[in-house]
Write a protein that binds this ligand. Sequence first.
Ligand code: ATP
Ligand code: MG
Length: 428
Amino acid sequence: MSDYMFMLESHLNADHNRVVNAITVMATEANVNLYLAGGAVRDMLGGFAIRDLDFTIETPVQKFAEKVAAQLGGEVVFEDPLHRYSELVLPGGVTAQIAVSRDESYAKPGGKPKITVPAPIWADLKRRDFTIDGIALGLNRGSRGQLRDPNNGIADLQNRELRASYTGIFADDPVRMLRLIRLKHRLGFSVDERTMRQFENAKLDELHLLITPEARLDELKQIAQESTSAEILKDYQALGMMPIFSSALAGEKLDIHALEKLERLRKMIPAGLFGSGGGWLAFADVLTSGLNIRERQEFARNLGLDRRVSEAIKKLPADAKKLESTLKSAKMQKPSHVYFALEPASGDLLLYLMYQSEQRIVQDRIRNYLQKYLPAAQEAALEAPTGKARTEAITKKLNARPKKPAVPVPAPEPEPLPATRGWSARRT
Ligand code: ATP
Ligand code: MG
């Protein structure tokens, strides 16, 4: 096995590895070159946790993503027919992207690109945003275990530097301005000087205003999941980027301490509880809590939020209040009561309640739920996965009295040694 395949296997968890192996077999059967690329390779080589698996296939295969989802028991949650990629959610909470290798050319800043498909993998890697994002690892056939790195991203990874893959990256797709700052904070990298100048020029040309509302929303959802979200937004503010989200947040209404508190609490909640929104609703509520109605409307307009999302954000405080009073009630006497009261709550609601509640008992009960009851219930549900049997198994497991430590049995008194007669009396 090549060093990189070994590095990949040891960097991925069991669910990730299962997905990589299954897709590799399917690509080989379909006779198509498959690569792991983008963030997944960057994070593997840089020693960072891998968030999602970014696959690229070199030739289009009819409904490849659907076939993968069907075979692995997952689903395709998003398809981009223009850029030719699909996003999948697979068992074990694995998220993956399968893209057809493509080349792009842009007629005007922020415009719709002309896409050429299929393109050789090296052309696909050269058109990506930053050099460290343009590395691919071959997974099957002749290229297994080999790296493709046309922009010398490995050197930049070693120097911990973000460098534009080519001169016009921001003009072609201005959302890369937001990605640059987000990745800088997430990875703790510096930005190459020329790239920073290109960024400044793009800002002078107001290219960031061309970022579409959907792309702004997508980025903010990503930021909500970062453990440096407060730092990123502070930097957007310092760089004059904030008005594309909200002009009020460009000033004093950006509450960094509130975001830092949210960030700390978020780490206590398993990612699986957040669903595909990734904790975005709680984040949005805290972010906009100091805004008046007019300012909230501007925020919603800038991000193209539809009424449904705005309503869901608005509903969170009321839902949290209701859950808070349930958790405080005298009925919550046993662990199973707490468990079943919290089981239907989304990650967003739990996060928001932990953020808001000043009640010690509420905080303690949520923490017990996350740290003790949830893992124990998952274990109990392995034996009885559904219905009444599940409820009973969980109840029994959670409410079982912890076994008292056994009362130590006193060690027997040592038998008195037989009386020794005097040495001299010993008979030999
Ligand atoms: P994450 O760890 O958050 O998934 P990522 O860099 O992998 O970070 P993705 O959105 O998964 O982000 O994108 C996968 C890859 O696609 C990137 O690493 C990069 O190579 C490329 N990419 C994503 N967005 C852009 C963009 N706007 N312009 C150019 N390349 C992009
Ligand atoms: Mg990715």
